[in-house]
Design a protein around this ligand. Sequence first.
Ligand SMILES: Nc1ncnc2c1ncn2[C@@H]1O[C@H](COP(=O)(O)OP(=O)(O)O)[C@@H](O)[C@H]1O
Ligand SMILES: [Mg+2]
Length: 468
Amino acid sequence: MDLRSDLRLFREFWQLILAVIIITTGASAFLTWRETPQYDSEVTMFVSASGAPDDAAAAYQGSLLSQQRVASYSELVRRQHVLDGVIERLELNLTPEQLASKVTTSVVADTSLLTATVRDASPELAQRIANGIGAEFVELVPELESVGEEEQAPVKVTVVSPAALPSSPVSPRPTRNLVLGGVLGVLLGTGLAAARRTLDTTIKTEERLEEISGAPVLGTVMFDARASARPVVDPASYSARAEAYRKICANLHFINVDRSRQVIMVTSPLPLEGKSTTACNLAVSLAEAEKRVILVGADLRRPSAAGYLGLPGGVGLTSVLLGDASLSQATQYWRDQLFAVLPSGPIPPNPNAMLASQRLSVVLQELRHEYDIVIMDSSPVIPVADAATLAESCDGALVVVRHGKTRRENLRSAVQTLQHAGTPVLGAVLNMAPRQRRSPYYEAYHAETEDDVRADHERTPPPITATH
Ligand SMILES: Nc1ncnc2c1ncn2[C@@H]1O[C@H](COP(=O)(O)OP(=O)(O)O)[C@@H](O)[C@H]1O
Ligand SMILES: [Mg+2]
């Protein structure tokens, strides 16, 4: 992983990483708070040769002897014999093992200094035990070292620095624990984020979309929070979304140069990926390019295209298929006849049978004569067979994919279904892509401010609801 991809990981999953950091730091704070404070008290003893040395050689011998001894004394302190003595001396209510677990010893390198450290929850007890060890040891060593009754032991131990009462605990250490908790959180959070990214099978790039759909990507439409309130962009708008639909429209023109594909369905693997929004906006852009366009609401289960365009959907495709209305009666127009709209009409009990009917082919034949391009706002491919049935009557399909939501396996399966129906996938659209930081150049060319949005609103005349 390079630095750039690391930064992207942080940007993409910062909430997850932050949550993990908060959890680990919180857990560390809780454990620190629960931990009983421990105090260390230390006694330092000096091991020396006893008796005054006669000359320098004897003094040297003595110092060698005490240095040799000090190493074994450091072991001796924690042995039962010494500990029993300490327990008895201080009348402690402890077993030698319990006492041993509180004591550590060390030798100051190249000296005859021996240190015993006692750790306990009570600073007073730590001090008492440490001093007890000192006193016990001072008495015990001559006993151990004496060769005979009357002869003096060759070494003696003196306490050079008695144990003091510890004023602050050695553990817990809140700052260190919190820093460790935080560092652990960063590592764990980043690991989780990396795992999530590896396991994430949603489509997020145009390259991946092209690879799986096997069709060119006609464009990417950014996520626009205003889309639910205003699904259809104004024809005069220069917003990023309007520009994106114009680009898709231009690219569609490129892949359909000979205009052999006249009836194009807009579909996607699952609901709520942006089929209807894309179909409506595509109709606007195509009509802007001075084409005779009709948008047909062909999702007979969840019709939304007419609603997005602000047109009533009471009469439409199903009315025509049932013979309740003629095509011209059911067709409406959007904004000064910019383009025609055939809403879905009343929801039928048997949508699939209606889309499979011979009557649909007849209706489409009529539309082919009257319009340059017929955009079918279709149902999703995976949950119901409607889209596959409709595909048989269409010349090609545009597949909409929702960024970070549509899964690769679902897109693969949807494309296969369309291919089985004999309908080529002409192109794909990546919808609801997150906004990226843009260059000032981009900002200068795309009206995105609140003022521009207001201006857009003001230019928007009320929808025309005329029925012919
Ligand atoms: N580019 C976009 N940015 C933000 N929201 C979008 C965008 N495209 C579609 N939406 C929203 O997603 C929801 C589903 O869109 P729709 O076109 O009805 O999906 P479908 O027809 O696939 O079920 C709608 O609320 C719509 O406003
Ligand atoms: Mg829809």
